[in-house]
Write a protein that binds this ligand. Structure first.
Ligand SMILES: O=P(O)(O)OC[C@H](O)CO
Length: 416
């Protein structure tokens, strides 16, 4: 008999995409009734935009991978009937699913007010600081733990010939969203959007402004080099131009195969000692799998079984160990320990340590903003104006907050 066909649109390129495709193929090979067709649709924004457009045309995939930034938008889509929430999918399909198997930092990001899980956690990450150990040793400096030390290390690296000692990617995520959580300060009212749609951005506070200005000043001194949005600056770290790079823990798998000329490591995000005495905890990034309405029940049964397959400790531990995404279930974390992964690959527990450093506060449990995909574009634009020397950090953050708040109000109007 013909197998039920499930369309799964994802945004995992390169090695990540190869593993996702393998999961889909392995599951399908073992199933007599289901075929999962995994399709790469471009980066996170492109994939999400494609799925929304497809939904309007009645041609939506069954499953779409959406980055954490799109969560509020997908939740609103759920209210409007476009999304089949995961907890309900599992119930309807009669597939066992234990929400408590997942790490609290992950689940709390994707549950509704009744603690029902709306999308399937799959690839959760958090920002870490990647460092070039060989370059640091050559410059005679230790791995920095504070922002003051980052600046000092950058100076020593520069003096020793490293062209753009410090850089970062996903700049709103790493330097505003996570910087705020790490120092336990809100970036918006209403518990960073979790409490209500009335949330307003407040990240033009002194701490964030001073932090952005510090990076801008490092740029003027030649210590920081901007390398673009998302992961576009990855190559600067890989080719040795940059020796301290803040971005997702999920670069691990690619670094392991691509970096041959130097020793690299990862460490916790630096602390801004002018703002806090100790770090709070970081927040997740990455993406979850959302199920879209409008398909047949036998196909949804396949989705439920595929999700169960993806959640097994074997798959989760493999994914974590080969990518750098966080082990999102306790069982996958335990299995990775048992397998000796953190001993053979030191530093790979940095992300999970950051996420679980302290019990999350309303400032550090995550963010939930409508239209945040667009708001991040605004933040990117304003930060780029700072890096280009066209605006001060104060001017740019004030403008980003004002422009971002207009998007929040638009979302509130459309959804209340
Ligand atoms: O590179 P990823 O998948 O860890 O995602 C980074 C950011 O969370 C995207 O918003």
């Amino acid at each position: 008999a013909d197998k039920a066909q499930v369309q799964f649109w994802h945004a995992m390129g390169g090695e990540l995409g190869t593993i996702v495709d393998t999961f889909a193929a392995d599951y399908s090979a073992g199933s007599e009734t289901c075929q999962i067709n995994a399709v790469y649709k471009g980066n996170y924004t492109e994939n999400m935009t494609a799925a929304i457009a497809a939904f309007r045309a009645g041609e939506q995939p069954h499953v779409v991978q959406v980055f954490e930034v799109g969560t509020a938008t997908m939740m609103a889509a759920e209210d409007k009937g476009a999304v089949y929430p995961v907890y309900k999918l599992m119930q309807d399909a009669g597939v066992d699913f234990d929400q408590s198997a997942y790490l609290p930092a992950v689940v709390s990001y994707y549950t509704d007010t009744d603690n029902n899980l709306l999308s399937l956690p799959f690839n959760s990450s958090t920002p870490v600081m990647w460092y070039n150990k060989t370059a640091l040793d050559a410059a005679g400096v230790a791995v920095p733990t504070t922002w003051d030390e980052v600046e000092e290390a950058a100076r020593a690296l520069k003096a020793n010939g490293v062209e753009k000692p410090f850089s970062m990617g996903w700049q709103s995520w790493t330097q505003i969203e996570n910087y705020s959580a790490w120092h336990n300060i809100p970036m918006a009212s209403e518990e960073n959007g979790f409490a209500s749609l009335k949330t307003e951005f407040t990240f033009n506070n002194d701490a964030v402004v001073n932090h952005i200005q510090r990076i801008a000043d490092m740029g003027k001194e030649g210590l920081f080099g901007y390398g673009g949005r998302r992961g576009d600056s990855r190559g600067m770290f890989v080719n040795g131009e940059t020796a301290l790079w803040i971005n997702s823990s999920a670069y691990y798998g690619g670094f392991k195969s691509d970096i041959k000329d130097f020793e690299f490591g990862q460490t916790m995000l630096p602390l801004d000692t002018a703002v806090a005495d100790a770090p709070q905890n970081s927040i997740i990034g990455g993406a979850t799998l959302w199920v879209l309405n409008g398909h047949k029940s036998d196909e949804y049964k396949c989705v439920a079984e595929f999700f169960q397959y993806l959640s097994q400790p074997e798959q989760q531990a493999f994914w974590h160990q080969n990518t750098g995404y966080v082990p999102i279930t306790t069982a996958a974390y335990e299995l990775s320990k048992e397998q000796g992964f953190y001993k053979t690959d030191p530093g790979t527990d940095t992300a999970i340590k950051e996420l679980s450093l302290n019990t999350p506060t309303p400032n550090s449990k995550g963010i939930r903003f409508g239209n945040f995909v667009q708001a991040r574009d605004i933040i990117n634009e304003e930060l780029e104006a700072v890096w280009a020397g066209d605006k001060t950090a104060r001017e740019a953050m004030d403008a980003a907050v004002e422009r971002g708040n207009a998007l929040l109000r638009k979302f509130e109007d459309a959804n209340s």
